[in-house]
Design a protein around this ligand. Sequence first.
Ligand code: BV8
Length: 258
Amino acid sequence: MIDDQLQQARQYLAAARRVVVFTGAGISAESGVPTFRGKDATWKGMPAAVASSIGLLEQDLTTAWEWFDYRRTLLKTVVPNAAHLAVAQAETRFEDFLVVTQNVDGLHQKAGSQRIIELHGNIWRGRGLRTGKRYPLPETPLPTLPPRGDQDEPLRPDVVLFGEMLPAGAFEEAEIAASRCDVCLVIGTSGVVYPAALIPFAARDAGAAVIEVNPESTDLTPHMTLSLRGLAGDIVPRLFGQASTSPGLPFTMHTGQG
Ligand code: BV8
């Protein structure tokens, strides 16, 4: 079953020029990053979606930072897994290849991916509450909460919180790329957070093959061209012909050069 589906998925990729890879927390699970719906998706009794809400940030900036610095300490030692690496290595094999991620962990960059849209921001950056100026914040734990920028300006995490809009242009650029791609891979997402979850639909509605990789079925599954059951770290490398188990399928990627 999985091998037939993998074969089909590889054929879609072999014929593709433009690819969008849409990822969620599940692609980082094998690196040890907790998912949002996993068993430990609460903090100090608060559901992650509340701890990551604009409401908490406006009410209590310090507690909001305690939540994000707690996650930064968890992320300090994690490294990209085979799925992140396979995605990064596949980038140059296609005429157009774009990673659209909901993750704020920065693991796609660490794996070497170049073209990335971080729909929900990045946990390793801060942003001036007043000026909106961005600051890299590589150190964790942070010496002071909230961290400060120039003129002692308090900073906030440079992530998109529940109840606030996505960074201008990010969603639109991702939606355009999805509507132009031949294949959209949907890796490790439950597809419940909007407007991000509209990206796979934009690809499907434009006629692309939409291929899900997830150990469980999701709200997106009924709308997928193919839904491959399994872990990203196992399936994604095989999708791109690394460690392929099926002989005889000449694995040439379309690079647009005839
Ligand atoms: C907004 C950054 C305008 C912070 C995040 C329409 C309908 C319903 C609700 C809404 C709607 N429109 C807006 C809303 C409200 C809300 C929303 O979508 N709520 C949901 C919960 C119902 N959306 C918003 O607030 C958005 N803003 O709409 O602004 C507006 C403004 C005011 C009022 C209304 C509208 C902003 C949303 C962004 C929030 N920020 N992250 C942070 O990281 O803390 S979202 C965050 O949660 C992640 O970035 C990600 O997007 C989401 C988690 O989802 P997943 O990544 O999919 O992870 P999850 O744990 O759910 O699933 C993991 C999957 O992986 C599972 O399926 C599992 O089976 C699989 N898996 C596990 N292991 C593996 C695996 N897969 C492969 N391999 C494995 N090894």
